[in-house]
Design a protein around this ligand. Structure first.
Ligand code: GAP
Length: 511
């Protein structure tokens, strides 16, 4: 996939043109970092959610679902640490008046050093060909060693300063590295300050009696406070998991890059409750399982990498991101966190209610440890969309725009097209739709020449086009055309559903 701004711009405009994503309340000039999903977007989003849900809940006998409310008792956020610690360090540029996340400025700087090292490695790979020993080169090449060391030192110093709340040193680091406002080049910075990311709201009608609430910044806390409800009512035994998808809200300082960082977004999270001491085994298990889930969609294994956290969140004893190669480079797509017993213990302390598991083997209660997998649905949407959009040059020199979405995720699975609008062909097409619509989202299109209709469906990501022509009336066969190969095949009408099933079944994709 092209790692460039152009591809990203194309994705954004394609998403709008084909009814995937619109800016929120656009007629009023929109609302920064808030987006609406159109007729195709809502389907793609639903399909990604379903793909995740099935892989988590249906594929694991010891994982169940939950749908907790967005609004929670305000003490939840005191206990979880979000009131005190859910902050981002922000810094303003005095000349441009723009606000940045101080840690992101430093991370971007470190990433550039990483890219320099990578360039050296790629050059050497080309030079030495087959005989290239990458590990040895990385360990011995002076430049690469220097770049890696520099990058590590910068990230470690930042992690130390943030951990110690030494914001003056974060600023000093920015100044020492000579980091400038990426848009204007100005190095005229304010001090670094902490900024809480939670959105506040009010519950109740009158000003005096209203209670201050927060819109949840993560779905995970709804799972923790329901841990015992689910465990008892579902007679769950450790290890077990609770999965949930739903909206989360964060007042992001720098919301940019389209739906990558939004103020209202959706998470798909799973908390896996384990015996204390076994968390590292499960942490590794979930890292691997989640990476396999991503690989199953076929977006290219080379587009994923793990990034171990230098600075751990206030609740974690180990954490890694699965990063994806977005058009603007490798960035976090999913987090896997070993959250210890931090959350359950904190909720016990603040609520005065026991949140423990009774182990019948040892006749003892204990507070389980938690391994969490947490992925942003919108971010996953962006990964899928940006990876799938292609401008293809065909053999005859013409080009086509094609959205090669994994077929299991495609919003519309098939378009049924009568070759002409007469001679009874539309009626046959309608009948085919009547039959397919029970299992698939299918569409009818009779406008324009069939070639143009194919191109329209290609750009929309529809994996199959089914064309009804005059021969259909004679022998009940149709042409099925495949989006990616553009190959066509003549098949019987009664075989359409099974042909589609061969390509679009959860069993095929998830196993
Ligand atoms: N419960 C753990 C948690 O919330 P996180 O790393 O802050 O961890 C998890 O968020 C995932 O949610 C991220 O990997 C990302 O995919 C998504 N996410 C976080 N903030 C987001 C935002 N502002 N816009 C879109 N997605 C976001």
């Amino acid at each position: 996939m092209a790692n460039n701004e152009d591809q990203f711009k194309k994705v954004i405009s394609h998403a709008k043109e084909y009814g995937y994503i619109f800016g929120s309340s656009e007629i009023y000039d929109g609302l920064s970092a808030v987006y609406d999903y159109g007729q195709n977007g809502v389907e793609l989003k639903k399909n990604i959610r379903e793909y995740w849900w099935r892989s988590m809940v249906y594929m694991h006998q010891n994982i169940v679902g939950l749908d907790a409310a967005i609004l929670m008792h305000p003490t939840t956020w005191k206990a979880s640490g979000h009131v005190d610690a859910f902050n981002d360090p922000l810094i303003d540029n005095k000349d441009s008046k723009k606000r940045f996340r101080a840690d992101v400025l430093i991370e971007d700087y470190a990433e550039k050093i990483h890219q320099k090292a990578q360039k050296e490695i790629d050059k050497a790979k080309k030079r030495f060909g087959e005989s290239f020993d990458e590990a040895q080169f990385v360990a011995t090449n002076d430049r690469v060693v220097r770049y890696k060391k520099e990058q590590k030192e910068i990230l470690e110093r930042m992690a130390r300063s943030l951990e110690a709340e030494d914001l003056a040193d974060v600023k000093a680091l920015i100044e020492e590295l000579g980091i400038a406002d990426p848009d204007t080049g100005s190095k005229n910075w304010t001090d670094v300050r902490q900024f809480n990311l939670m959105f506040g709201t009010k519950l109740g009608a009158s000003a005096e009696s209203a209670t201050d609430l927060y819109l949840r910044p993560e779905t995970a806390q709804g799972i923790f406070v329901n841990f015992l409800n689910v465990q008892k009512s579902g007679r769950m035994k450790i290890p077990f998991g609770i999965a949930q998808t739903g909206k989360a809200f964060r007042n992001e300082i720098v919301a940019r890059q389209f739906i990558f960082r939004m103020r209202e977004f959706e998470q798909m999270e799973m908390q896996f409750f384990v015996k204390p001491g076994e968390e590292m085994k499960w942490y590794e298990y979930w890292k691997e399982t989640r990476l396999n889930w991503h690989h199953s969609l076929g977006l290219g294994k080379e587009n994923y990498r793990f990034h171990d956290h230098e600075k751990l969140a206030h609740y974690a004893n180990a954490a890694a991101d699965i990063e994806f190669n977005f058009p603007f480079g490798f960035k976090e797509l999913e987090g896997i966190h070993s959250r210890t017993d931090f959350d359950l213990k904190a909720h016990e302390e603040f609520s005065g209610k026991k949140l423990q598991f009774f182990d019948h083997e040892t006749n003892k209660n204990y507070t389980p440890y938690v391994v969490e997998t947490s992925i942003g649905l919108d971010r996953m949407f962006l990964a899928v969309m940006s990876n799938s959009l292609e401008e293809e040059t065909l053999e005859d020199g013409s080009t086509r725009t094609v959205l090669k979405l994994p077929s299991i995720l495609a919003p519309v699975k098939a378009a049924v097209l009568p070759l002409v609008k007469k001679d009874g062909l539309p009626e046959i097409a309608e009948k085919i739709i009547e039959d397919l619509k029970w299992d698939y989202n299918v569409t009818y299109d009779e406008k324009d020449a069939v070639g143009r209709r194919y191109r329209r469906q290609d750009a929309n990501g529809t994996p199959f086009c089914i064309t009804v022509d005059h021969q259909t009336k004679e022998d009940n066969t149709v042409t099925i055309r495949y989006r990616d190969s553009m190959e066509q095949e003549r098949i019987a009408i009664e075989d359409i559903a099974s042909k589609m099933e061969e390509t679009i079944s959860f069993k095929k994709w998830l196993s």
